[in-house]
Design a protein around this ligand. Structure first.
Ligand code: SF4
Length: 381
């Protein structure tokens, strides 16, 4: 069974650190985008009649920037075209300032959305201003209270650390305020400076002060200890959940399973076919107006790449890579493919290997990219 990701590329403001595929919503053809997105789903799913959908995730951009009427039309179409099994996970990403009234929340509930992922990032209003966010800490409390009133229980909050102007004490305070809301799932990421962002340009002009690498490592360590102490186990490098609340959708990515990607700039991966849709809105809409799929590039993923990805992605999860699943999928053992790489990394205390599962150690989590690099087959002896 596959996952389905839908991209809504519109935002009401542009955050200074963000390089996602998104545009400022004002003046954009949002209504037509919804129509064409549903057409894309219809065209693509007709090509894969034997690929039932297990989870739906609507991300962005800012899906909650749609009006309730636009959201109602989108979700009506999604339910018709991507029917989910009973109680399957159906997630929408939201910004806190779109949940200050009940309107959208009621639309979500009416259409079977059962999980919210909310971009909070920080509880320090000065830091929020510095990174270009428009919500404030008090909005976060209102948003989650409203969501609970609407009946949502399965909710996640994103926090970012190593932000400009953020001290470790600020981050500690954000963790404490976050946990006071008592959600079953949190995700926390370190700021990454990406090209084509305001922060990247400021950095190049020597005008961006970021906390040091040591502070970043301390903050990550603090988050891991903090969530563990509050009963949220780490199940992936950046994700923490109460038992039973791990994201089913995201786990499908890390298990290297199939997913549909719909919308401008979305990526999909079906039967070894990796495809990438046009990113700019007009380029995405144009082929759909002619009843054609808006795919910009396709690549058949080689078995070697699939094996590399099975390792990188699997190692992101605390359960790690399952040797049995690997052998079943590829007809070869991890050692057949990667030689002594696992044993070498175990010796360097970056991996654990209990004979069945290969996983990152705590030390390995700090050096994830260095570990993943070792599984590039060109580099394996
Ligand atoms: S971080 Fe989210 S809200 Fe901010 S610009 Fe990027 S997609 Fe939009």
């Amino acid at each position: 069974m596959a996952a389905a990701y839908l991209h809504i590329p519109f935002c009401e403001h542009i955050c200074y650190y963000c390089n996602f595929n998104k545009v400022f919503i004002q003046g954009q053809p949002v209504g037509e985008y919804i129509t064409r997105l549903l057409e894309e789903i219809r065209l693509v799913t007709a090509q894969y009649p034997d690929e039932p959908i297990e989870t739906v995730y609507i991300g962005g951009g800012t899906p909650s920037a749609l009006t309730p009427a636009q959201m109602d039309r989108l979700l009506t179409g999604v339910n018709e075209l991507l029917p989910l099994p009973q109680n399957a996970e159906f997630t929408i990403e939201c910004n806190p300032n779109n949940l200050l009234t009940m309107d959208l929340l009621h639309v979500f509930r009416d259409h079977g959305v059962n999980r919210l992922s909310v971009g909070v990032q920080s509880f320090n209003d000065d830091v929020l201003k510095k990174i270009g966010r428009t919500h404030r800490a008090k909005d976060v409390y209102t948003a989650f209270a409203n969501a609970r009133r609407a009946g949502f229980e399965n909710m996640s909050m994103d926090l970012i650390y190593r932000l400009p102007g953020q001290t470790q004490a600020d981050f500690t305070d954000s963790l404490k305020q976050a946990i006071s809301i008592d959600l079953p799932h949190y995700a926390t990421y370190s700021l990454i400076l990406e090209q084509r962002t305001v922060f990247y340009n400021l950095m190049r002009a020597g005008k961006l002060q970021l906390p040091s690498d040591d502070t970043e490592a301390d903050e990550y360590e603090e988050a891991m200890a903090f969530f563990a102490a509050h009963g949220l186990h780490q199940y992936e490098i950046s994700n923490f959940a109460k038992p039973g609340f791990e994201s089913v959708h995201n786990k499908k990515y890390w298990q290297n399973q199939d997913y549909f990607g719909f919308g401008a700039g979305a990526w999909g991966y079906l039967d070894r076919d990796r495809y990438h849709n046009f990113g700019p809105i007009q380029q995405y809409l144009a082929p759909l107006r002619d009843n054609k799929v808006p795919v910009f590039a396709r690549q058949l993923v080689s078995p070697e790449e699939q094996m590399e990805e099975q390792m990188f992605l699997g190692l992101r999860m605390n359960t790690g890579v399952d040797r049995h699943t690997f052998a079943q999928r590829f007809g070869m053992s991890v050692e057949d493919v990667f030689g002594t790489t696992v044993a070498d990394l175990v010796q360097r205390r970056l991996l654990t290997d209990d004979g069945q599962h290969i996983a990152l150690t705590k030390r390995g989590r700090f050096m994830g990219n260095d570990v993943f690099e070792q599984f590039l087959l060109d580099d394996v002896d």
